[in-house]
Ligand binder design. Structure first.
Ligand SMILES: O=c1[nH]c(=O)c2[nH]c(=O)[nH]c2[nH]1
Length: 314
């Protein structure tokens, strides 16, 4: 090997689609006042999983074409799908935990592994209950939704005794697109020769929002009782309630309030973070009869981005 260079490698399989039907329902979560969510049926448990294997043991494959230690990424895909059939848990993070534990205990040459996944979101279709005239959620038919979805990442390594441990984790919900028609402002910002943006005491605030959270202890995240599990549905509902209630001075102000409310509601979380895109539309016309009635259209295609991470001290 060339002594002048150091190497860092990873390899794996991305976007392994997993459609498991009749997984265990998620029960036992603690209700919160901002959300109606209390359980997830998991009749269709659908996710797309990324496997990334890290460590030095695969270097000979790069430097000498020596594949003796290489687990084919095709085998990784099969491994994930087989584990999906055997999976007895009910959350995405539990699924990634089982996968991480099993990968590292099956393949000694894997030093570390990072597993990420995205929800393939499906909603239960509303169908009329026979003869009653009220609608209920179908337990058979699901409609694919291409809007916001849950994500998770868990990484694993071995401790001194060789036991597989969770090294890092991050949960999230991404792709929310929220439009608040009134009750947001952006004013008193720097005005100089580059400023064309008018002061807005009331603007129609349209944000694309990604939210992420970490637990103080990954054991809480993975506790099979789920009493301290933070479902992405509750996080979304809470964020929506904050957006609905809070009259913000900016997106910075809004995400700060969202972060504070999340950390207050869920003491089991250590950190929350946001990426918000400003997609506010330009006002084109306003009614002279009713001051609430206005027309907006697309703005200049560039958009502002606001990021925030809030961590508990100590
Ligand atoms: O909420 C906002 N924050 C900004 O920093 C900003 N900058 C801008 O042009 N519009 C907005 N809106």
């Amino acid at each position: 090997m060339n002594a002048e260079f150091s190497f860092s490698t990873s390899y794996g399989k991305l976007r392994i689609p997993v459609y498991r039907v009749y997984a265990s329902p998620l029960r036992g979560v603690t209700p919160i006042s901002e959300s109606q969510f209390v359980r997830r049926e998991n009749i269709l448990f659908a996710y797309e999983v990324d496997v990334e294997v890290l460590g030095e043991n695969f270097l000979p494959a790069y430097t000498h074409g020596d594949n003796t230690n290489v687990v084919a990424t095709d085998s990784m895909k099969n491994f994930v799908l087989r584990q999906a059939l055997a999976f007895e848990g009910s959350t995405l993070e539990e699924f990634l935990h089982v996968l991480g534990q099993r990968f590292l205990s099956t393949y000694a040459q894997m030093e570390r592994i990072r597993l990420s996944a995205r929800e393939l979101a499906f909603a239960q279709v509303a169908v009329p209950e026979q003869g009653v005239g009220i609608f209920v959620e179908s337990h058979l038919l699901f409609r694919r939704s291409h809007s916001d979805y849950a994500v998770a990442m868990l990484s694993f390594e071995r401790d001194q005794d060789g036991a597989v441990v969770v090294a890092d984790h991050r949960c999230g919900h991404v792709g929310m697109e929220l439009f608040k028609v009134t009750g947001s402002s952006f004013s008193h910002f720097v005005r100089d020769q580059y400023t064309t943006l008018p002061e807005r005491i009331d603007r129609p605030l349209f944000v694309f929002l990604d939210a992420y959270w970490k637990y103080q202890d990954s054991a809480t995240l993975l506790d099979p009782e789920h009493t301290q599990y933070v479902p992405a549905e509750q996080v979304c509902d809470l964020l929506q309630v904050v957006f609905h209630e809070f009259v913000s001075e900016s997106i910075q102000h809004l995400v700060h309030e969202m972060g504070n409310r999340l950390l207050a509601r869920f003491p089991q979380l250590a950190e929350v973070s946001f990426e918000a895109q400003n997609r506010t539309r330009d006002q084109i016309a306003a009614s002279t009869n009713d001051e609430r009635v206005k027309v907006y259209s697309d703005p200049f295609s560039a958009y502002g981005v606001i990021r925030l991470t809030i961590s508990r001290q100590g």
